[in-house]
Write a protein that binds this ligand. Structure first.
Ligand SMILES: Nc1ncnc2c1ncn2[C@@H]1O[C@H](COP(=O)(O)OP(=O)(O)O)[C@@H](O)[C@H]1O
Ligand SMILES: [Mg+2]
Length: 243
C-alpha cells in the first residue's frame, strides 16, 4: 500500500535576481513501512522535497497524497492538523525549546493538540524511556549532548504516533559516533515499530541504514534503488559518480 504518493512536484524560488528551480518534476511514493534515504549534492532540492511532502511548503505544481488526503488541496488550517497529527519532523539542529525540559519538549505536540499535561507527559515519558533517556527527562536541552538532544527530538516526532517521519539531515550536526547511533535508531524504529521514514542526508554511511536510496540532482530524481546488506560501498560509489 502506498502511504505517500507525490507526483510531478515542481518548485521555483523566484525571490532572487535569477529564479532557482529547486524541484523540476519529482515523483516519489513510499510504501507503508519503507525507510528511504534521499541523497544528492547540496542545493539539489532535498529539503524542498521534504518540505513539500510534509506540507511545510506548497509545490507550484504536482500533487502530494498522504493516505486518503491530498495535501496539496488542503487549506492552511487543515494542513496544520495533518502536520501535527500524522507527520513527525526531525531537523538538523534539533529545534528543541531551550527553556523546557526533555519531558516538556516531547509532551509539547500533545498539549498543543489539547491533551492534558498529565496525559501528555505520560506518553512522552514512554517514548523517552524507549529511546534510552529515562535518566535525562528533567534535563534542559543544553544539559544534554547533541546525540541526546536529537533523541529527544525524535521522541517528540514520534509521540503523536505519526504515520510518516521526515528527517532532514538528522545527523548533520553530530559527531560520527552519535550520527551512527541516530541512524541505527531510525532503522530500529522502521524495523520494530514499522514507521515509514524519509531521511535526507548527504552522508553515504548514514544513508546505508535505509532500505532504499533516492538520488536527486538539480531538482530531478536521477536514481531510485533498494539496498541490501553491505550497501555502504555501493552507496559511496553512487554518490561519487553524481557529485
Ligand atoms: N526559501 C528559498 N528562497 C530562495 N531559494 C531557495 C529557498 N530555499 C531553497 N532555495 C534554493 O533552492 C535550491 C534547493 O534548495 P534545497 O532544497 O534547500 O537543497 P538541499 O536541501 O538539497 O541542499 C537551492 O539552490 C537553494 O538555494
Ligand atoms: Mg537541505
Amino acid at each position: 500500500m502506498k502511504l505517500i504518493e507525490a507526483a510531478g512536484l515542481e518548485k521555483t524560488y523566484a525571490e532572487g535576481a535569477t529564479p532557482v528551480r529547486a524541484l523540476a518534476g519529482v515523483s516519489l511514493s513510499l510504501e507503508a513501512g519503507d525507510f528511504v534515504a534521499v541523497m544528492g549534492p547540496s542545493g539539489c532540492g532535498k529539503s524542498t522535497l521534504l518540505h513539500c511532502l510534509g506540507g511545510l511548503d506548497r509545490p507550484d505544481a504536482g500533487t502530494v497524497r498522504l493516505g486518503d488526503e491530498e495535501l496539496t488541496r488542503l487549506n492552511d488550517e487543515a494542513l496544520t492538523l495533518v502536520r501535527r497529527r500524522r507527520i513527525g519532523f526531525v531537523f538538523q539542529f534539533f529545534n528543541l525549546v531551550p527553556v523546557m525540559s526533555a519531558l516538556e519538549n516531547v509532551a509539547l505536540p500533545l498539549t498543543l493538540d489539547g491533551l492534558s499535561d498529565a496525559q501528555a507527559q505520560e506518553r512522552a515519558k514512554k517514548w523517552l524511556e524507549k529511546l534510552g533517556l529515562a535518566e535525562r527527562m528533567h534535563h534542559l536541552p543544553d544539559q544534554l549532548s547533541g546525540g541526546q538532544q536529537q533523541r529527544v527530538a525524535i521522541a517528540r516526532a514520534l509521540v503523536t504516533e505519526p504515520v510518516l517521519v521526515l528527517a532532514d539531515e538528522p545527523t548533520g550536526n553530530l559527531d560520527s559516533k552519535s550520527a551512527d547511533d541516530i541512524a541505527r535508531l531510525l532503522r530500529q524504529l522502521s524495523d520494530e515499530h514499522q514507521r515509514t521514514i524519509l531521511m535526507v542526508t548527504h552522508d553515504p554511511r548514514i544513508a546505508a541504514n535505509a532500505r532504499r536510496l533516492v538520488f536527486l540532482k538539480d531538482g530531478v530524481m536521477v536514481d531510485d534503488q533498494r539496498i541490501g546488506a553491505g550497501a555502504t560501498s555501493a552507496v559511496r560509489s553512487q554518490l561519487e559518480a553524481l557529485s
